[in-house]
Design a protein around this ligand. Structure first.
Ligand SMILES: Cc1cc2nc3c(=O)[nH]c(=O)nc-3n(C[C@H](O)[C@H](O)[C@H](O)COP(=O)(O)OP(=O)(O)OC[C@H]3O[C@@H](n4cnc5c(N)ncnc54)[C@H](O)[C@@H]3O)c2cc1C
Length: 377
């Protein structure tokens, strides 16, 4: 006979997605455990991104990414206002060159189809808005911005930790479905292994989410495995601090990356990136390759006036966990309660790459307000 569960819900992973879910769970009467293998929350992909609040312009309209990005965009601004978190709803300029006119036209058509409001800018208009950019034709989209993602996560954690139990340096190594509980083995920092029984599991372990789901479900998990794409950034020297007031993007690329863009943080520190490099699973190397400087410079000097090679310094990188269902051009989120696949009370969140930060509150809302009430808890 299986033991009585110690928790109603166990969340694996305290990145921005796990924190958002825990924040929504803290408004329920369920007992909640959140575990993470790192020594604190948000230390993996959630602290290695562009900190951009997206507006869905790059995602297909019928995708879950698009829907959750739109809803998340609305929720995150509201959450920031309520909790006095720094953000700048600065808007985004998408630049283009004469030779990209076909791509430019199909991009504007996709925005019209989605009902996203935008302005088309001439070269003169765009350089009036942003004196350092070079662009033939541009698009200006208002509903995009940047956020202090660390402060955002601090607030999610502060709210959630009043109600949920968080344990760090705790690696989920084995999970078995027993009759009506999940038996979870956790390896602590001192290598000791502890077993916890929980009525349900929410797997939002980011780069490890597919591996964990596979461990639990084996051949019953019927989605393709994750592919990993590293994105590196180069910082611009201090003379560029506060030089840009808006985000600057190139047109979307055919390979599911967003292209290299210019973004900045709350101190006005400016960076370019991320690039798009396929990497293999296991032991991700986050070092930024200094040899990429020429590639970054060549791509950025096309749309930043007077940029010098020495203005660039290697900064940081992150790895995108991507899930491609049909082809390698459109990745999608997988958020599923696995009852129909034989695993009731298990929710997997796999392939949560960009716009996962923007969508985080919408993901938490979907999981806790729509999926959990249908489970038997
Ligand atoms: C280069 C780059 C740029 C991006 N830019 C943007 C952007 O501008 N805007 C935007 O909206 N999104 C952006 N994203 C996407 C966004 O960062 C992610 O979607 C989001 O951070 C995913 O959060 P997460 O909680 O799912 O994953 P993570 O932050 O990776 O959290 C998963 C957690 O699970 C833990 N974990 C893993 N395995 C185990 C285990 N076995 N046991 C216990 N714990 C475990 C990890 O330690 C980690 O803390 C970007 C991503 C990248 C890589």
């Amino acid at each position: 006979m299986s033991k009585k569960p110690e928790f109603d819900v166990t969340v694996i992973g305290a990145g921005v997605v796990g924190l958002s879910i825990a924040h929504y769970l803290s408004k329920t009467k369920l007992s909640v455990l959140v575990i993470d293998s790192e020594d604190n929350f948000g230390k993996v992909t959630s602290s290695r991104n562009s900190e951009v609040i997206h507006s869905g312009i790059f995602n297909p309209q019928n995708s879950l990414k698009y829907q959750l990005c739109q809803r998340g965009n609305e929720l995150i601004y509201k959450f920031c206002d309520e909790n006095k978190i720094w953000y700048k709803n600065c808007g985004k300029i998408v630049v283009s060159k004469e030779r990209e006119i076909d791509n430019f036209n199909s991009f504007t058509e996709s925005l019209i189809k989605k009902g996203i409001e935008f302005d088309v800018l001439t070269s003169e208009q765009s350089s009036k808005m942003e004196q350092h950019i070079i662009s033939d034709k541009s698009i200006y989209i208002e509903s995009s911005g940047v956020i202090d993602s660390h402060d955002y996560m601090n607030h999610l954690f502060r709210i959630a930790s009043d109600y949920c139990t968080f344990i760090f340096q705790s690696n989920a190594i084995e999970i078995k479905k027993r009759k009506d509980v999940y038996e979870l083995q956790i390896q602590r920092k001192n290598k000791e292994i502890e077993t916890i029984n929980t009525s349900s599991i929410i797997n939002c372990a980011g780069l490890n989410s597919y591996t964990i789901a596979k461990k639990i479900m084996n051949q019953n998990l019927k989605i393709p495995s994750l592919k990993f794409y590293k994105g590196s950034y180069f910082a611009l020297s201090s003379k560029w601090r506060n030089s840009f007031n808006r985000l600057v993007y190139s047109l979307p690329q055919p390979d599911d990356s967003l292209g290299i863009h210019i973004s900045f943080d709350s101190t006005g520190r400016t960076k370019i990136g991320p690039d798009y490099e396929k990497v293999e699973a296991n032991n991700f190397d986050y070092t930024v390759n200094e040899n990429s400087q020429s590639k970054f410079f060549d791509s950025a000097k096309d749309y930043i006036k007077d940029l010098q090679f020495d203005d660039l310094t290697p900064d940081y990188s992150g790895v995108r966990p991507k899930l491609f269902f049909t082809n390698d051009n459109f990745s999608e989120f997988y958020i599923n309660e696995e009852n129909k696949n034989g695993f009731p009370n298990l929710i997997n969140l796999i392939g949560i790459d960009s716009p996962g930060l923007t969508a985080s509150l919408a993901i938490g809302e979907l999981v806790v307000q729509t999926m959990i009430p249908k489970m038997n808890l």
